[in-house]
Design a protein around this ligand. Sequence first.
Ligand code: SAM
Length: 267
Amino acid sequence: MSGHKHKKQFGQNFLNNPNVIHNIVAAIAPQPDQHLVEIGPGEAALTEPLLDRVAKLDIIEIDRDLIPALTRRFGHKPTFHLHNTDALKFDYRQLLANPSDKLRLVGNLPYNISSPLIFHLIEQADIVSDMHFMLQKEVVERLTATPGNKAFGRLSVMVQYACQAEYLFTVGPENFTPAPKVDSAIVRLIPYAQPPFQANHFGDFAALVKQAFSQKRKTLRNTLKNWLTTEQIVQCDIDPGLRAEALDVADFVRLANLYSQIKQEQG
Ligand code: SAM
């Protein structure tokens, strides 16, 4: 597919190293009975090796200039199902053949939309068995960071509430055309069937986490002052003098559940 002009607005950095492509496919470990969804096939670096190894591959690509070549090369394969649309707005549930079906999501994601895309996918995590994504290394560090780590923030808490997150390996800029300015990495996210710490009201939990990290240098006593009193924070077994970055997912769930309870009692 020579001649395609890489589009920066779509984050088009295409994989060029067969060894890296092999390692990513090996990490995904596709099986013949599985239903995969690839976000952003580009020129099919990952699509091609995946197509012959799975039962079904739905492919979501926003750039209509890439569609004719993809269709020409793979349109005859029974596993190939192409959707020329925006992965950020896509309803993944429509891909399920039956309600017990689960999707495996993969992709070398466009970096400019990776955080909103992950938030969008987490909302549909009940129909996803796992995700393997290439992202900016810094984003993978945030997804997999533990409390107290510099990279730990709102994205870490929200993703780790819903998924087990694992840093797999780093991929240098030289493995892409054109080369990005930063390192990339592969992350594996496995949604929990049941989150280990359950927020009673997910919207409150998401809003409280956002508020707690809104001013990273301030203590919880300050950032949450319109949400919970100092005594209420202590009641959750949390030191109000801590910053959000010191708390784990379970701590945030306790705070959010107390907040939801108080809100409900106050009508
Ligand atoms: N998978 C190819 C590879 O590894 O060489 C291409 C990866 S490239 C980093 C990202 C791909 O996502 C591009 O093909 C781009 O056009 C596509 N893309 C960008 N934004 C998108 C969106 N919102 N929805 C679907 N695809 C998108």
